[in-house]
Design a protein around this ligand. Structure first.
Ligand code: AMP
Ligand code: FE
Ligand code: FE
Ligand code: ZN
Length: 273
């Protein structure tokens, strides 16, 4: 069957609304979908409504960018959207994001670019405003040829307009997700480290903190990486998961990954097939 446990909507940096993601999933014949917007659960009510209407199995999710020298993203599945702790932590992250966005827009202005917070917010349209939206404005205004140039020249870590923002530690992310009744999964581990020894050390630490799964199958990994991560998941007793990290139009990946029906303990994720 086809599943996709890693999707972004307009509530973060995707270009499809939650409802459009569900319709697209339906069209492609996908059986289980999870919405995993960056740092927000605001899209989940619409997502759940759309899934119900289309009679599709859905998992309420989130993706948190943890504080780490490189990239370390933690997915949370079957989280309780009404959890007070989660709400409080997300609002702290959100404030840190707003402060960072202001600082970056100021820096872009100092570098000679005409870009305002209002424009970036309008481009974002949803709950989360971030660097991808700044990138789209820079492209629209002709300062850079494409989004990837926007990141490499201005927005990525170390580039002249970059500014750090407050992030939760990896253990805080895992704890938060677990306290909200969910399970925590390390997203696209290939982005965290391509060094097998280093990744093992990270997995061993995160497992102690309560990590539940490892996103082994994603178009962001080469085939041999998927195999490597499936082996690592078995070694660390983590459930392997699969997701496209679909961001919508103009994005590299498309939705849906083929897996066996018993790929995951669906009941734990609140899914009845
Ligand atoms: P933010 O959370 O606002 O700092 O933005 C992070 C998001 O920007 C990530 O989730 C990616 O979608 C995107 N991103 C980060 N680095 C790059 C890059 N080098 N090229 C394109 N997109 C990127
Ligand atoms: Fe993203
Ligand atoms: Fe991610
Ligand atoms: Zn993602």
């Amino acid at each position: 069957m086809l599943i996709d446990l890693h999707l972004h909507s307009t509530f973060s940096d995707g270009t499809f609304t939650p409802g459009e993601l569900v319709l697209q999933g339906r069209k492609l014949g996908i059986s289980v979908l999870a919405l995993t917007d960056h740092d927000t659960i605001a899209g989940l009510p619409e997502f759940r409504r759309a899934c119900k209407k289309q009679r599709m199995a859905c998992v309420s999710g989130i993706e948190l960018s943890a504080d780490f020298p490189g990239t370390l993203h933690i997915l949370g599945y079957r989280i309780d959207s009404d959890d007070g702790g989660l709400e409080k932590a997300l609002s702290r992250v959100q404030t840190g994001r707003e402060d960072r966005n202001s600082a970056m827009i100021r820096k872009l202005g100092d570098l000679g670019m005409d870009i305002t917070m209002e424009e970036v917010q309008k481009e974002a349209g949803g709950d989360i405003v971030g660097r991808p939206h700044m990138a789209r404005i820079l492209v629209k205004k002709g300062y850079v040829p494409d989004g990837s140039a926007a990141f490499s020249r201005f927005l990525q870590k170390g580039a002249p307009a970059y500014e750090d923002r407050f992030r939760l530690s990896p253990s805080e992310c895992i704890d938060l997700i677990r306290r909200a009744g969910g399970v925590a999964v390390l997203a696209h581990p290939g982005q965290t480290s391509e060094n097998a020894g280093e990744l093992k050390k990270i997995l061993s630490d995160l497992k102690k903190e309560g990590l539940w799964g490892l996103e082994c199958i994603t178009p962001k990994h080469r085939a041999e990486q998927c195999v490597e991560y499936l082996t690592l998941a078995a070694e660390f007793s983590l459930f392997p998961t699969a997701g496209s990290d679909f961001h919508g139009m103009n994005a590299s990946s498309s939705m849906g990954i083929s897996v066996a029906d018993d790929f995951l303990p669906w009941a734990r994720l609140g899914v009845r097939l």
